[in-house]
Design a protein around this ligand. Structure first.
Ligand SMILES: [Zn+2]
Length: 269
């Protein structure tokens, strides 16, 4: 496996981080009778055999959100779950973004069958035996972005739902004003899990200071910092740094723990 484009790290008793060469993070959470793969990355190498080398249990796929760099190998799994609101947004905004994104990142247009995937809602629990994954909705980056809690290994999987930065400038993303309400909801729901380890969608990408992918800068504190950052943006107490991504003029807001990359017209609802 030495020439593989994936790097595997054990992050809990039954949990693994599989980082793709292009900085997309994949996780494998193994339970009594089955395993869940959380996101499938976007690496030009089959993912299923890599996971089957770790576990012989049947594997179901859970997507934190419907972005191409998180679901490229999803079709290899018989059962795929996605946030209900991302499935809804797949009717146009997320699908258009996906087509453009796959062309920009892979040089080819990929059409994912998201409308066939199974919807997940806040409060759903994917179980296997006595453990599993609890579903929390944290929209903003996409309308149906999910956070997944594994109580048995004390891990929270956050996808791209928050971090430094969260991308709110893209098609299908929400305003800072709405996002702050969602962050405040997550602060309440995730309070019992404040001391868990948090793992995001681009560990190697967002954790520049941590060459070891097992480390993560994400935590419950990031949510607290994000709430404060939203207030500072909405009440105009903070100046953005002007930047450009893919030719789009963007505003980057940051404090110690959190960041928001957005556009001027996407701040207020
Ligand atoms: Zn994303």
């Amino acid at each position: 496996m030495s020439d593989s484009k994936y790097t595997i790290k054990q992050i809990g008793e039954h949990s693994y981080a599989i980082d793709g060469i292009n900085k997309n993070s994949i996780y494998l959470s193994i339970h009594a009778h089955k395993a869940f793969v959380i996101d499938t990355g976007m690496v030009d190498e089959p993912l299923l055999p890599v996971l089957e080398a770790i576990t012989d249990k049947p594997i179901e796929c859970v997507l934190t959100h419907a972005h191409v760099d998180h679901m490229d190998h999803a079709e290899a799994f018989k059962q795929v779950y996605v946030g209900a609101k991302d499935k809804q947004a797949w009717k146009w905004k997320l699908r258009v973004f996906s087509v453009v994104g796959s062309f920009a990142l892979q040089g080819k247009v990929r059409c994912h069958p998201v409308s066939r995937y199974t919807s997940l809602y806040e409060g759903d629990i994917l179980t296997s035996g006595k453990s599993g994954l609890k579903v929390v909705e944290l929209p903003g980056h996409t309308p149906g972005s999910l956070v997944l809690i594994d109580e048995s290994d004390r891990i929270v999987y956050t996808g791209d739902s928050f971090g430094k930065p969260v991308w709110l400038w893209i098609l299908g993303a929400q305003s800072v004003e709405i996002y702050q309400q969602n962050i405040r909801h997550a602060l309440k729901v995730l309070a019992p899990y404040a001391d868990y380890t948090y793992h995001g969608g681009h560990t190697m990408h967002t954790d520049w200071n941590y060459p070891d992918t097992q480390d993560t800068h994400l935590s419950y504190q990031t949510l607290i910092d994000m709430d404060r950052l939203c207030s500072d943006i909405l009440e105009q107490r903070i100046e953005p740094e002007k930047t450009t991504v893919m030719g789009f003029p963007l505003e980057n807001f940051e404090n110690e723990g959190a960041g928001i990359l957005t556009m001027k017209h996407k701040i207020y609802e």
